[in-house]
Design a protein around this ligand. Structure first.
Ligand SMILES: N[C@H](CCC[C@H](N)C(=O)O)C(=O)O
Length: 331
């Protein structure tokens, strides 16, 4: 039998599959087809998910993580997902602090204090960071770097920041009307369809500044659409916050970032364009799933054995205590 987990970070949900537990590993084409089917919000397993996290061996790290979005596109990084992979590998190996190999970097992860009873906490490194147009990529915007800049081709008034961490993010600080309104979805759909500005798509985050070191972030994700939270998006937004709002945020200070699915802490480190961000948040396992390996290969879950862990109840009890709940409805 093959075993999968349904996991989440701030209710950004994924199915996690450890290739090293299979008799025969799945090739990328099979993994992409499996992702598109298992995550489908109508016909997928357990109401679907935002993507898949594929764990495998790594020559110079405790493990490797590959990220596949719900639409089957590969992603360079996933901050919420990396926390759940860090927990999986920590429980598998007994290590509390180690490295995980991702598409472009070996990233440090560590087990930290629980956020609440039954809500495990993990901290992950978000890097490398680049503002270069070629890193996202973006084009046709008459600039090679976008920091706190109006882009009339995209919107007449918003000030945008674009940064790769290393997946691509476009960020704007907005009022609560735009945070919950239609503008984010319209811009997200436009920049993730064929367009001259972000040819490979981009994760778009609108954030409201709720106070010193405090944000509420909402993201339309490349390859997914709206999610309850985007870990790399909240990390990138925290960097933009420090760079563009020095009256409210600073390097090496803890930020609190609320989102429709819960909350994370971030801390921006570095200087002179050599930055990295700590992303600290929950790593929740909601279900354990067992399925014959042949059925897994066919993305056939009719005979799957599914067991709830009970952690969803603990998580919901925790987030019910948070401020800003309902500011933007969870998906
Ligand atoms: N949709 C993203 C990948 C998932 C990122 C997000 N779920 C996170 O937690 O960072 C992309 O294609 O770049």
């Amino acid at each position: 039998m093959a075993e999968l987990r349904r996991v989440h970070g701030s209710e950004n949900t994924f199915f996690l599959l450890d290739q090293t537990t299979l008799r025969q590993k799945l090739d990328q084409a099979t993994l992409v087809a499996l992702t598109q089917k298992i995550t489908d919000r109508r016909f997928g397993l357990l109401g679907g998910a935002d993507g898949m996290l594929i764990v495998d061996d790594a020559p110079q790290a405790t493990g490797a993580m590959t990220v596949i979005n719900a639409d089957g596109s590969l992603a360079k990084m996933c901050g919420n997902g990396l926390r759940t992979v860090a927990r999986y590998l920590s429980e598998k190996t007994g290590q509390q602090a180690f490295a995980v190999q991702t598409a472009e970097a070996k990233l440090r992860v560590r087990h930290v204090a629980d956020f609440a009873a039954g809500v495990p906490g993990y901290s992950v490194e978000i890097s490398p960071v680049s503002f270069a147009a070629a890193a996202l990529p973006f084009a046709s915007l008459n600039t090679q770097r976008i920091v706190d800049q109006v882009l009339p081709a995209l919107d007449p008034a918003l000030h945008f920041t674009a940064v790769a961490v290393p997946n691509p993010h476009l960020i704007a600080f907005v009022g609560e009307a735009d945070l919950a309104g239609e503008k984010l979805g319209a811009l997200g759909r436009r920049l993730n369809a064929p367009n001259p500005y972000f040819p490979e798509g981009v994760n778009v985050t609108f954030a409201a500044i709720e106070g010193p070191h405090t944000l509420f972030a909402r993201t339309f994700e490349r390859g997914v659409g709206f999610t309850n939270a985007c870990g790399t998006g909240m990390a990138a937004t925290s960097l933009a916050f420090v760079l563009t709002h020095p009256e409210a945020a600073a390097l090496d200070q803890v930020n609190t970032v609320y989102n429709p699915g819960g909350v994370v802490k971030t801390n921006v480190h570095g200087s002179g364009d050599d930055y990295w961000i700590e992303l600290i948040g929950n790593a929740t396992t909601t279900h354990l799933i067992a399925v014959p390996e042949a059925a897994l290969r066919q993305a056939d879950f009719a005979g799957a054995e599914v067991a709830a862990t009970g952690e969803a109840v603990a998580y919901e009890a925790y987030v019910a205590t948070l401020p800003y709940r309902g500011l933007v409805a969870a998906i």
